[in-house]
Design a protein around this ligand. Structure first.
Ligand code: NAI
Length: 738
């Protein structure tokens, strides 16, 4: 063994032999079962870096020579993490496909050594077991997993633009069948221990109340039982039985062909051709299945090499890092302030958003009290929350028992009873400044001195709302997006007097709710609506020039947006969008003057999707362009000649790029990543492009400057390039260093 491995018997009296390396510790028990435990002591999670893999390789070589071992258990020294995958930093730095292929081959060869050990090897899983972690477990002969809130099992590599390259695309389909494996690999889906057991990934599932420290005992018992060949074959039979129904279709080449064809169709529909990784993963499964494992692994390694150097992979990795950076950001620069732990929350207004927010809080096990003006309004809030819970149960994301327990955490009142002990209050009453000020001055009298008072307003000034209370430093914007349970972003808006303390508490609280918070200064439209406003307006200006509704929307869907700008306005509500555009116009003068087309549709009473009519007609869950809109706006449109898809995309994308750079120039946010996170997590800006400003950077800031100059000449001063862009382009600066 390596030199840094030393005898360590004191801590393991029950062991007959113990050895410790940098990452792994080996203990042998009198029973003949050995434990190889991974614990990266300096880190929160176990990661398979090259260094860890090299150490593992040496342990495996040594273990192969041991004679007294009856079975080996591989486990983690961390309570809530088995292995979180390979080192993303190492993936990011690879620029040569051959290097990627070699890296995969090295990992595959090490894991093969696990499989080739002359005794049964069992992975004992508790906590996250994803990516390389699951691939390691798949190379073991058996797997145990303990039900635990943190036990998530899967191969999410496609989310980083790569495929499982340490054997995952070969071993998983061979273990659980093609269909089931594809359902996990192609979307990068994670499952819990119980479901992993049902799928056949895991041979034995340990219950939740199984004491943590006993996972070792359970694994030891299991390992010893594997000495009995009849028990061993019983487990293998059980595994095969689970695959049986799938095997019917998969056992003949025609059935397989059909399966792969369907999966390809589904993947193309979901990815719209923007993400190569799921297709390559599919190719790897298809080409490798039926061949020897070794041949399959070679195919997998080669395809990984092809993916690892793509722009999509690098962009998705940058989104991963952006997310990690935001997780660590307290929301205030260089602060030592600690957030206040939020235990009791009040929600004012039990409408669409209030009900949704109450559901989210209860889902995260927080007692929440809603307040509205009467019982009917309160009931609507309860119903909204119940509907969201119900859907989670239908989708099997929540058991009925858990739903009931969580739902009872929501209570309601029509006065402020029960509000005196609130740590955090979220106001979500109607979007009207007078009403909001009234509500804030009332609530101030009902809660304790340090309660944070947050507003979910989507467009009103936090500074002005805060002027209604005696302690404006505790007032902050806490802007959720609709639907609350699905949209990951929360904009945290600092009013002029908002304190650092309220900010760090709000940021930590948003994270506690599983959201991604970005801190934004108070300014019309905050960040997301400030950028979306002119973007949607530009779409209407394109209609004025004779473009068709579908042409505009399709161009942006092809760019990668989840929906086109006119469809988006229908979803938001044309009335709401029109109000926001007026606020933006007031804040930024004519640069954001709303197109008369939006005004016309609003006057016509078209509310968008909620009213069944906007740019589209909505009927029975389907939508089609409402051609009557063209008559309605006839006098506002002209025909300036055909606009190509590229021209439409350029106008719309550069409207956003300009606004995003202005937000940075005005210090509305502290870092370019806040703009990118806002757009990706608040609007669905295509992650494969890495975010708005990263996309601008990939085009080159000089190119962006030239494009904006050209658009200014063609379309007018609304495209004038921001000073910051001019300066950065002149000095060859970039938004991000790498
Ligand atoms: P809504 O109209 O569905 O609900 C408003 C609720 O406030 C109603 O139940 C009403 O009875 C209640 N209310 C009115 N005056 C009250 C008072 N004095 N005390 C307590 N409750 C009172 O409105 P929605 O859509 O839920 O919006 C609420 C807030 O959330 C607004 O500020 C809006 O801008 C913001 N928002 C809305 C989004 C959306 O998509 N609807 C998205 C993000 C933010």
């Amino acid at each position: 063994m390596t030199e840094d491995v030393k005898q360590d018997t004191k801590t393991m009296e029950e062991s007959i032999r113990a050895k410790k390396g940098k990452a792994f510790k080996l203990t042998e028990r009198e029973s003949g079962v050995a434990f190889l435990e991974l614990n990266l002591e300096e880190q929160k999670v176990n990661i398979l870096s090259s260094e860890v893999m090299t150490e593992l390789d040496k342990w495996l070589d040594e273990l192969r020579t041991y004679t007294g071992i009856k079975a080996l258990v591989i486990l983690s020294g961390k309570e809530d993490n088995f292995i979180a995958g390979a080192d993303v930093g190492e993936i990011k730095d690879i620029v040569d496909p051959e290097e990627g292929t070699q890296k995969a081959k090295m990992g595959q060869a090490i894991f093969q050594k696990i499989y080739d050990l002359p005794f049964p090897v069992i992975a004992a899983i508790q906590g996250t077991c994803v990516g390389g972690g699951l691939e390691l477990a798949l190379a073991c002969h058996f797997r145990l997993a303990k039900i635990h809130p943190k036990t998530k099992i899967g191969l999410p590599e496609v989310k980083l633009g790569i495929l499982p390259g340490f054997g995952g695309t070969q071993r998983l389909p061979r273990l659980i069948g093609i269909q089931r494996a594809l359902r996990l690999i192609l979307p990068g889906k994670l499952v819990d221990a119980k479901y992993a057991g049902k799928l056949g990934i895991v041979d034995k599932v340990l219950p939740l109340d199984y004491p943590g420290s006993f996972i070792k005992a359970a694994a030891e018992e299991f390992a010893l039982s594997m000495q009995q060949s009849f028990l061993r074959s019983a487990y293998e039979k059980k595994r095969n039985a689970k695959r049986l129904h799938a095997i019917l279709l998969e056992s003949n080449s025609l059935g397989q062909k059909f399966l792969f064809k369907q999966a390809r169709k589904r993947t193309l529909k979901n990815t719209k051709g923007h993400y190569p990784a799921p297709l390559k993963a599919l190719e790897s499964v298809e080409k490798g299945y039926g061949k020897s494992l070794q041949e399959g692994l070679e195919i997998e390694a080669k395809l990984l090499g092809e993916l690892i150097t793509t722009d999509v992979c690098k962009n998705l990795i940058s989104i991963y890092y952006l997310n990690e950076a935001l997780k660590k950001d307290p929301g205030v620069e260089k602060t030592k302030l600690q957030h206040v732990e939020v235990k009791n929350v009040g929600v004012l207004g039990a409408g669409l958003m209030g009900g949704g927010i109450a559901q989210l809080l209860a889902y995260h096990d927080l007692p929440v009290r809603m307040k509205d003006i009467d019982d009917a309004a309160l009931n609507a809030g309860f119903q909204k929350a119940e509907r969201v819970f119900q859907k989670a149960v239908e989708k099997k994301k929540l058991s009925r028992r858990d739903m009931k327990r969580k739902y009872t955490l929501i209570s309601g009142t029509t006065d402020y009873s029960g509000f005196s002990n609130m740590d955090f209050v979220i106001e979500a009453v109607v979007e009207n400044m007078d009403v909001k000020k009234q509500v804030f001055s009332e609530i101030e009298e009902k809660v304790g001195e340090n309660t944070v008072l947050a507003s979910n307003t989507s467009s009103l000034s936090i500074t002005e709302i805060a002027s209604a209370v005696k302690k404006p430093e505790r007032v902050i914007g806490f802007h959720f997006f609709n639907p609350v349970h699905r949209m990951p972003l929360v904009e945290i808006i600092r009013g002029q007097k908002t304190s650092d303390q309220a900010t760090v508490t709000a940021v930590a609280f948003a994270k506690r709710l599983g959201k991604i918070p970005i801190v934004v200064k108070n300014s019309p439209g905050f960040l997301v609506n400030r950028i979306l406003g002119p973007y949607i307006n530009e779409a209407a200006l394109l209609l004025e020039e004779g473009a068709k509704i579908m042409e505009v929307d399709k161009a942006m869907v092809e760019f990668g947006m989840p929906m086109g700008p006119l469809h988006l306005l229908d979803e938001v509500g044309i009335d709401v969008g029109y109000e926001v555009s007026k606020i933006l116009q007031k804040g930024f003068e004519n640069r954001m003057a709303p197109s008369r087309i939006i005004e016309r549709l609003n006057e016509d009473g078209r509310l968008g999707k909620k009213g069944g009519q906007g740019f589209y007609i909505y009927e029975n869950k389907s939508k089609e362009v409402d051609t009557a809109v063209y008559d309605l706006i006839k006098d506002l449109t002209r025909s300036d000649g055909e606009l190509s898809k590229e021209e439409i995309q350029e106008r719309l994308v550069f409207t956003m790029i300009k606004e995003g750079i202005l937000c940075l120039e005005e210090n509305l946010v502290r870092h370019p990543r806040d703009v990118d996170a806002g757009l990706v997590f608040g609007t669905g800006f295509p992650p494969f492009r890495g975010g708005l400003l990263r996309y601008a950077q990939s085009l080159g800031l000089k190119t962006c400057l030239d494009k904006l100059k050209g658009l200014t000449e063609k379309c007018g001063p609304r495209f004038e390039p921001p000073e910051l862009l001019q300066k950065m382009a002149e000095n060859d600066e970039t938004f991000y260093e790498d």
